[in-house]
Design a protein. Structure first.
Length: 98
């Protein structure tokens, strides 16, 4: 495991239960759609968003490639490609009760 791998894994592991991580890249229209779609829910639940440009990290670029966006709530994968808002809301609610 490289330092880059372990630092990103550590960042996810240190995430609070409602910290949301969005893996994306510039110019990704699905990523922009996902970010816009979840924004009201992030505000509603007081969740923090951390956006990660996978092109700035060789490990993440290799891991996700064109398979983005990928969204984590805390350390759990919540969505990939498209976001089901009803499911995302449930995941945020459940994250707060853990």
């Amino acid at each position: 495991m490289s330092a880059t791998t372990s630092s990103e894994e550590a960042q996810l592991a240190a995430s609070g239960p409602r910290d949301v991580t969005l893996y994306s890249r510039p110019g990704c229209h699905l990523c922009e759609e996902a970010k816009a779609a979840i924004a009201p829910l992030l505000r509603e639940f007081g969740a923090a968003l951390r956006e990660v440009n996978i092109d700035e990290n060789a490990f993440l670029r290799e891991r996700y490639g064109w398979d983005i966006p990928v969204i984590f709530i805390g350390r759990h994968k919540a969505a990939k490609h498209r976001v089901d808002l009803a499911q995302f809301r449930r995941q945020l609610q459940e994250a707060g009760s853990q």
